[in-house]
Design a protein around this ligand. Structure first.
Ligand code: ADP
Ligand code: MG
Length: 531
């Protein structure tokens, strides 16, 4: 029950009013009670400030309870309305309930009053909680569908951008240094990379971007990032990092956490055009089952809370309800992309965390990010060694259904000296593999392909005893598929759009890491070629 309860009491008798107040008081219901005796007083009272509860006598000299009920239902339909009346026949009582009264209590049976009030207030509270959870669910569903849409578009874009950037890079490598076309090609490459960065953000939002979580101590990650952050934020704003003393580990991708802090900080800076203070804070808190349910969270337990507070312009409810949508921005053309918070949302979601916002117009804003504490010890994944861009003479089988990307991969790899065999789908890949297996040292499989997908192709190859290393290519990888593949198979992964650099590096890295596996004999693979 709320601390200070505000009751509006429609009652003409001073004696009854006092009695009712005393009854509530003796039952432990402390309330601030405003009296109304006439219609105008009643109307004035509910318009000036909405009460938590209305108590009303049935008949007054110049007014009546039923009309008061009508007015209340019109002006504040959510506020419970209880009749407290001297005499109320059964029929009238039923009539009042039908008209929307919450309850009725007879003045000579005031012992019923406190329980009736408690029940009414309880119902209001439960209704509000239900409404809040429903609103959260609706919001989550909306974000989910926007995410699916954005992810789908970004995925197709990625393929196109890979082809655009890759071809620009290949052309750049081919033309002479003084060619007039150089500048144009560099422009294409640059814009292509910028576009790739935008689609990358969309993919993060729709949780289609790989994260590479490891055990981190959040304070350390943020502390290391502060210098860079201060530079980005500029001198007009004082940046303060207040660390909590005890910091349990979390499983998180440090790069993504930096991205979260940066996006929030940049927004805070934008909100404080004439300077101010930006406070980043960490805390640990325990959420029990009940709190977790009330907040609509999926799990109870310990969380690390990372908050970013500014003293800026703040947001009204309207803006607050849309901030996580991709492309929602209140900043002018060319100033905001509307992707900053969408990215934050995506990252936090992928870390199984939560976000809350508190903001008041003209006062400032705080974003709270909650990340689940990693309670069990987990082995740190070992670091991967980076290989520089070197080519080789190995033979590589590439299965990719997009013709543009197939051609691009071939150009890049042949440019690095490799021999390349191409397949347009998984079935074709198996056929080619079957025919050339002793010569193939690496297989690259697109995950989504017609006829036979990358994973199925891979499984068939492995089932037949082939140990050649495999790199999966993916526009995005659903979290589960990715985890499964990486953990089970320890295979290489390359995310589209890839540059000449990343593809070349990855291929060399995987080839160098693998002992030269050979297929035992090509006849073994006869069995797996598809009918
Ligand atoms: P962008 O910054 O490109 O507009 P974001 O997704 O980062 O996109 O933010 C979306 C919108 O949310 C902003 O345009 C702004 O209206 C609002 N917003 C975000 N952070 C704050 C903040 N700290 N104070 C006030 N408004 C904010
Ligand atoms: Mg922003």
């Amino acid at each position: 029950m709320k601390q200070s309860l505000h009751i509006l009491h429609l009652e003409d008798s001073d004696f009854d009013a006092e009695l009712i107040e005393a009854t509530l008081g003796s039952e432990g219901i402390s309330a601030e009670i405003s009296r109304a005796q006439t219609r105008s007083e009643f109307e004035q009272a509910i318009t000036s400030s909405e009460p938590d509860l209305i108590l009303a006598d049935c008949s007054l000299p110049s007014f009546d309870g039923m009309t008061a009920l009508e007015i209340a239902k019109r002006k504040c339909p959510e506020v419970p309305f209880i009749f407290v009346s001297g005499s109320l026949g059964e029929e009238v009582a039923i009539e009042t309930l039908k008209s929307g009264a919450t309850d009725y209590v007879l003045k000579h049976r005031l012992s019923r009053l406190a329980p009736a009030v408690r029940r009414a207030l309880n119902e209001v509270e439960q209704r509000a909680e239900r409404w809040k959870l429903e609103a959260q669910l609706r919001h989550a569903q909306k974000m989910e569908s926007v995410g699916t849409l954005a992810g789908g578009v970004a995925h197709d874009f990625n393929n196109l951008l890979t082809a655009i950037v890759g071809n620009a890079q290949l052309a750049l490598a081919r033309i002479t240094t003084d060619s007039a076309a150089r500048e144009h090609l560099q422009e294409i490459e640059k814009s292509g990379l910028r576009a790739a960065d935008l689609t990358r953000q969309l993919l993060i939002f729709s949780r289609k971007q790989k994260i590479e979580p490891k055990i981190i101590v959040l304070n350390e990650t943020i502390r290391a990032f502060m210098k860079m952050l201060r530079r980005i934020i500029g001198e007009d704003i004082e940046v303060d990092f207040s660390e909590c003393a005890e910091m349990p580990p979390v499983l998180a991708d440090p790069g993504q956490i930096e991205q979260v802090v940066m996006n929030l900080a940049v927004n805070a800076r934008d909100a404080m055009a004439s300077g101010g203070k930006l406070t980043i804070q960490t805390n640990v808190l325990s959420i029990d089952e009940e709190q977790s349910r009330a907040r609509g969270w999926s799990r109870a337990g310990r969380y690390i809370c990372l908050s970013v507070t500014d003293e800026g312009v703040g947001m009204d409810d309207q803006v607050q309800s849309r901030i996580f949508e991709p492309f929602f921005t209140t900043k002018g053309e060319g100033r905001g992309t509307g992707l900053g918070l969408a990215v934050v949302y995506g990252i936090v979601n992928q870390h199984e965390g939560m976000i809350e916002v508190q903001s008041r117009l003209g006062q400032g804003t705080t974003f709270y990010i909650y990340l689940p504490v990693q309670e069990e010890e987990v082995q740190k994944p070992d670091r991967r060694i980076k290989a520089e861009l070197r080519g080789g003479q190995e033979t590589i089988l590439v299965a990719e259904d997009e013709e543009l990307l197939r051609k691009l991969a071939k150009e890049i790899l042949e440019g690095l000296g490799y021999r390349v065999l191409l397949a347009a789908d998984g079935e074709e890949a198996l056929k080619i593999f079957n025919a050339h297996s002793p010569d193939i040292q690496l297989v690259m499989l697109d995950i989504v392909m017609p006829k036979l997908g990358g994973r199925a192709t891979y499984d068939s190859m492995r089932a037949a005893g082939c140990r050649v290393p495999v790199i999966f290519m993916t526009g995005y990888s659903a979290e589960m598929a990715r985890n499964k593949m990486q953990q089970d198979l320890g295979e290489g992964f390359i995310q589209k759009p890839y540059s000449v650099q990343t593809l070349g590096q990855k291929v060399r890295e995987v080839l160098d890491a693998s002992p030269t596996y050979r297929a035992k004999s090509s006849s073994e693979f006869r069995a797996l070629s598809s009918e």
